[in-house]
Design a protein around this ligand. Structure first.
Ligand code: SF4
Length: 352
């Protein structure tokens, strides 16, 4: 693999050729942290502005879903399982970690399979897995739903708030972000394939480059986006060729679509986006926690002060939030973007 310096030269050359300011969005929390960890922002020409987008699964989960998950955690007899970042996300009045300190049975799991096995081991508990994530995590959840169904595990259910990335990219482009090109998420691109971005790239003339996670990958991805913009060329391209293949992973899609229907979903900051979420098919209604526990619909709600929505839309950078680094820190987060290990506020706070 070529050294990062070689790609940095390419970035500088393309930026010179373009000769103006340009905004590029990375749509992946792992990219956001790789960029911060590698100090890449400070290496780029001033005219190249990197903006973090809606790529952190915990961060994009709507506040309404967070409140409904908190209701589930307070339901008698329920063991609420989720990933570690989720339990610290602030609700309007409480969080999962606070509910745990008051006696709720809230457990951190590392995979949906852990939650399934817990349900199998403790049949007297009603185990609910609060599932968030993009096309990368949804097939694993689908697999667990199929297993629960086949094994007849009646004490297991899923609260699904999965998201699909391409409709969110369209919503970003329709908004006020002034994004001209994307580094698209390497892991998601492995599943959906590079073709999935082609319509966005063509319709909005915004080149998309599926990019890996090493500093040299990210710099090459940026160089590819800049070269496209400078040459007025658009399309969906692949930098991360060692993992992203044409057509994506058909098997993962197959299992996902056996369990979920594509539906509208509410995103933090971006609102309700048609075709951007996944709901359990009718055949798995018994495993759908939202239906099993008759959760109220709840009106859309927002955290009163946090500006995560504007951060996720690419309208502001984290330090432009008035609470960044003073009232809001990783020890005392006011919003999910400062909580999550993939959040852009957490990355800026950690790496500067
Ligand atoms: S700094 Fe804190 S309050 Fe501001 S947008 Fe980020 S998470 Fe929200």
């Amino acid at each position: 693999m070529a050294r990062p310096e070689a790609f940095l030269d390419r970035v500088r050359q393309a930026a010179d050729e373009l000769g103006r300011h340009v905004r590029i969005m990375e749509v992946c929390g792992t990219h956001t942290h790789a960029i911060g960890r590698g100090g890449l922002r400070s290496l780029l020409p001033h005219a190249v502005e990197l903006v973090s987008g809606p790529g952190c699964p915990v961060c994009v989960t709507s506040q309404r879903d967070i409140e409904r998950i908190l209701l589930l955690a307070r339901s008698p007899g329920v063991t609420l399982c989720s990933f570690g970042d989720m339990i610290r996300v602030p609700g309007l009045t409480t969080s999962l970690v606070e509910e745990r300190s008051r006696g709720a049975d809230v457990r951190v799991v590392y995979s949906p399979l852990d939650a399934l096995e817990l349900a199998s081991r403790e049949p007297e508990r009603a185990v609910v897995f609060a599932a968030v994530g993009f096309e990368t995590t949804a097939p694993g959840v689908a697999s667990v739903v199929l297993q629960a169904s086949e094994r007849g595990l009646t004490n297991f259910s899923v609260y699904a708030s999965h998201k699909l990335i391409v409709p969110a990219m369209k919503a970003v482009l329709e908004g006020a972000s002034r994004i001209e090109g994307f580094l698209t998420p390497g892991h998601v691109s492995v599943i959906i394939g590079p073709e999935a971005y082609e319509e966005v790239a063509q319709h909005y003339a915004a080149p998309c480059v599926a990019t890996g996670f090493e500093p040299s990958d990210v710099l090459e991805g940026i160089a590819m986006v800049l070269e496209c913009i400078a040459a007025k060329r658009t399309g969906s391209f692949v930098q991360y060729t060692r993992a992203v293949k044409p057509g994506g992973n058909a098997r993962a899609w197959d299992i996902l679509l056996r369990v979920f229907d594509v539906a509208e979903a509410e995103w933090r900051g971006l609102g309700v986006i048609p075709g951007s979420g996944l709901v359990l098919k009718e055949a798995f209604a018994a495993l759908d926690a939202a239906r099993r526990y008759a959760l109220p619909d709840l009106a859309p709600v927002q955290l009163p002060r946090c500006r995560c929505g504007d951060v996720l839309k690419g309208v502001i950078h984290p330090p432009e939030c008035p609470f960044f680094g003073n009232e809001c820190t990783p020890r005392n987060p006011l919003g999910p973007c400062m909580v999550s290990s993939e959040g852009s506020c957490a990355a800026r706070y950690k790496y500067g």
